[in-house]
Each structure stands twice: as structure tokens, then as C-alpha cells.
Write a protein that binds this ligand. Structure first.
Ligand code: SF4
Ligand code: SF4
Length: 441
């Protein structure tokens, strides 16, 4: 058999509607098969703490092979995986169509789903309910109270003791008004479709931009307006489902899918480009939901209409329909490409746009920062999350930048925290905020 596949990687749909998917003994057999291949390969050892956990278990076992690892210890490996997909996308030569059919993240997801069915901590259920939490905190007095409590050492210790949210993790603030309630209406520009991208945009705001950092979504609107691209906010939206997917709550994902897809499919059918300013949410519609619902035409239509904002800008520039009348240099920018942007397989689009701004010196870091959505917030994973991020913190600090930026606003916050004093005067700014600044808007 050939070492590694020469074909382009493919991905099999997630067979979660098949009763066998939920059979724990069968899942453990598949885990054992894949763990055994990984033990013989060990290429992914530096990616995250999942693989070192597995290899330590193997090395400490009586046989020094996977068959010596107790099945109950498999779950220690599963708990370390935050489903960033990097092992699948960037390292593994045995992914389909290779006959070994190694899809490490998907076998982790299957195990997480089985574990979820058995019951999970209240903390995990709460943290994955981004929409409900956001709605609650969007009540003005509540937002201020939650933000004040998040900055208070005593209440953070209590939060750690009761909910397992690490007391040192810097949590994002809640905005006093959600983005969707304050968004400016688009001006009535004519629609100019290009060869590569549609000329009108529907915004899927995302929970994070809506409730935590609305500025980045307002910046997106200002950039569209400057480029005379008409936009609408999607009529109604709920969480994309990524936090629930990461927990293995597939039925929770389905409930959200049922609400979002019919709405978004209408925009796709009417020729809109749908833009989501958070990479994990765009990825959910581009990859995860289509793998969960491979035969659903609406899910496929939404996948094809979904763009990362900078992917869209690059296509508009190709069409000769993006302005380059930049007025302000940005100076030194340390820019981080998050895993969920890399996994979208679109190339380094944000980098292309930021590099085109005169007077901008970009240092690009393409490596996992180790936070993930809610994983790095939890007490038991906080230290590992800081450890995984350490090389990124160092590389981002090295040029003594004016700005720290990442397409993932949660990663940017984590990186700034990890840089500590090395951050110097650097300011955190989302790439959309940087682009708006460069346009002088
Ligand atoms: S999906 Fe990401 S976190 Fe999980 S094993 Fe692969 S690289 Fe590690
Ligand atoms: S996921 Fe693939 S590349 Fe990574 S250790 Fe396993 S077999 Fe090797």
C-alpha cells in the first residue's frame, strides 16, 4: 500500500443518522483503529494536547501499543480535542480517499456525541448557549452587571468554583446594545454583480459580533457602504451551532439548523452573498452542516452563498469592484490566521487585502492559538490552552506591532492575554476594523 495519498482529500458525510454511529463499542473499535495508525505515525504530536495525551497513554501501557491502553482512558484523549480540524486539513496523509480513511476530528466528534448523550455538565450546556446568554446579557443593566462581575476577582473565584470557568481567563465583555438593533440601513446602491461574486450582501451577524463585539460588524457595514455594495441583515438568525457541535450536541445543532437554513436559503436563492464575520460560524455553514446534511439542497445552497468577508473582498477586487483609495497607513500589524479560517480552504484572503494597504508591515502567523470557542475558558483546559498558544504569543510580539489582529476575535483576545507585558503598546483590532481605518472611514 502506498505511503500517503496523492489524491485531493475528500471528506465523508457524518453518518450520525445511522444507529451504528451511537454504538459505543463500535465507536471505541474505530477509535482504537485510528489511534493505532496515529501511534505509528505521530506526525501531529505538536498540534495540540490531544496527540501527546494519546501517545503518553500508549507509552505508559504494559504493551506500549494501543491495545495496552484501557478503553476508559480513550475519553481523556477525546476531551483534549477542540475540533479545530487542523490534523485533518494540514498534516494527515491518510485522510480519504486513502484506504485507511483517517478522519481524526470526526471520530472525536462521534465520541463527543456519545458522551453528550450520557449527560454533560451544566457549565458546558450553558457556555454553548451563546444566543440565550447573549440575549440575557443584552438587557442594558444586566450587561453592565455581568461585565463588572467578570472583572471582579471575588466573583471570578466564585465562577471558577461553581461553573469551572477559569478565573484568569479574560472574558469578552457584553455590549450594551446588540449589533442587530443598532445596525445602519444600507443606502440604495445599484447591484453590480461581478464575474466572481454577487453584488449584494446579506449579513449573518453571528452571536459574538451581535452581543460581544458589535464594532467589527459595524466596520463591515461601513466597508460595504464605502464600496457601494448594498446589504441587508438576514431577517432573523440564531446561533450557527458551532458551540453545540464542539460539545457533541448534534440534536442541539439540528434545532438551530432548522431555524437558520430556511431563512438563509431564501437569500442564497435571491443571489445574495451571505457574509459571516466570525470564521467558525462561516465554517459551520460551509463545511460542518453540509457534512451533517449531505442530501439537503437548501444547506448546499447556503454553503455556496456563504463567504468569509475577506474572501468576498478579494473576489470583488478581482472583479474590479473593490476600492483601493486607502487614506491611512497601519504601520506594523501582527496578524494571526485562525484554524477555522485555514480549514475553509480559501487561501490567505485577509492577508492579501491588508498587505495591499500602503504603509502597512504585516507579520502573518499561521498557527493554532489554542483557545477554541469555549474550550480554553474551562478551568481544566486553561493551562493547556495557554501552552498551545505560547509560540503564537511570541511570534506576534516579536515585531513590536502597533496592532494585534486575528479574523477570530476570541483568538485575538486570548493572544493579547498570552502576550502579557510583551504586548507593549499594541492594540487589539479586528481585520475589518483595520480595513475601515485604512479607508479613513
Ligand atoms: S482536530 Fe484539532 S484539536 Fe482535535 S486532534 Fe486535530 S489538531 Fe488536535
Ligand atoms: S491524524 Fe494522521 S497525520 Fe496525525 S498522527 Fe494520526 S495518522 Fe498521523
Amino acid at each position: 500500500m502506498r505511503e500517503g495519498s496523492l489524491e485531493a482529500p475528500t471528506r465523508h458525510p457524518l453518518a450520525w443518522k445511522n444507529p451504528e454511529f451511537w454504538d459505543q463499542a463500535k465507536a471505541e473499535k474505530e477509535l482504537e483503529r485510528i489511534f493505532d495508525i496515529c501511534h505509528g505515525c505521530r506526525r501531529c504530536v505538536s498540534l495540540c494536547t490531544t496527540f501527546p495525551t494519546l501517545f503518553d497513554l500508549v507509552d505508559a501501557s504494559s504493551t506500549m501499543e494501543v491495545d495496552g491502553v484501557k478503553k476508559e482512558d480513550y475519553w481523556k484523549v477525546v476531551d483534549q480535542c477542540y475540533l479545530c480540524d487542523l490534523c485533518y486539513m494540514t498534516k494527515c496523509p491518510y485522510v480519504p480517499p486513502h484506504p485507511w480513511n483517517v478522519d481524526f476530528p470526526h471520530v472525536m466528534l462521534r465520541a463527543k456525541a456519545i458522551k453528550f448523550k450520557k449527560g454533560i455538565k451544566f457549565r458546558d450546556r450553558l457556555l454553548s448557549s451563546t444566543d440565550a446568554l447573549g440575549k440575557l446579557a443584552a438587557i442594558p443593566v444586566v450587561a453592565q452587571t455581568v461585565n463588572a462581575l467578570n472583572r471582579n476577582a471575588l466573583s471570578r473565584s466564585a465562577l471558577q468554583a461553581t461553573l469551572g470557568v477559569h478565573k484568569e481567563r479574560e472574558l469578552p465583555p457584553y455590549a450594551p446594545r446588540p449589533f442587530r438593533s443598532k445596525a445602519e440601513k444600507s443606502r440604495d446602491f445599484p447591484v453590480r454583480d461581478g464575474k466572481n461574486a454577487p453584488g449584494k450582501v446579506a449579513i449573518f451577524a453571528t452571536c459574538y459580533a451581535n452581543y460581544n463585539e458589535p464594532a467589527m460588524a459595524h466596520d463591515l457595514l461601513a466597508i460595504l457602504e464605502h464600496n457601494e455594495i448594498p446589504y441587508v441583515l438576514v431577517e432573523q438568525e440564531v446561533c450557527c451551532g458551532m458551540p453545540k457541535l464542539e460539545l457533541g450536541d448534534l440534536e442541539g445543532v439540528e434545532a438551530l439548523w432548522k431555524k437558520n437554513i430556511p431563512v438563509l436559503a431564501k437569500y442564497a436563492a435571491s443571489g445574495y452573498a451571505i457574509l459571516a464575520p466570525v470564521p467558525s460560524c462561516a465554517l459551520m455553514f460551509k463545511q460542518e452542516l453540509p457534512l451533517m446534511y449531505p442530501d439537503d439542497a437548501d444547506t448546499a445552497a447556503v454553503r455556496d452563498a456563504m463567504f468569509d468577508p475577506f474572501e468576498y473582498f478579494v473576489l470583488r477586487r478581482k472583479d474590479g469592484l473593490l476600492k483601493s483609495d486607502f487614506k491611512q497607513a497601519l504601520g506594523k500589524v501582527s496578524y494571526h490566521i485562525p484554524c477555522h479560517s485555514r480549514v475553509q480552504n480559501m487561501g490567505q484572503k485577509t492577508r492579501e487585502i491588508l498587505e495591499a494597504i500602503p504603509g502597512t508591515e504585516l507579520t502573518t502567523v499561521e498557527r493554532c492559538s489554542g483557545h477554541d470557542g469555549t474550550w480554553g475558558v474551562k478551568t481544566e483546559y486553561f493551562d493547556n490552552s495557554m501552552k498551545i498558544g505560547r509560540p503564537v504569543f511570541r511570534m506576534m510580539a516579536e515585531p513590536q506591532p502597533a496592532y494585534i489582529s486575528s479574523d477570530c476575535p476570541i483568538a485575538a483576545r486570548h493572544i493579547l492575554q498570552g502576550m502579557g507585558e510583551d504586548a507593549g503598546e499594541a492594540v487589539k483590532a479586528h481585520p475589518l476594523s483595520l480595513l475601515r481605518k485604512a479607508y479613513g472611514l
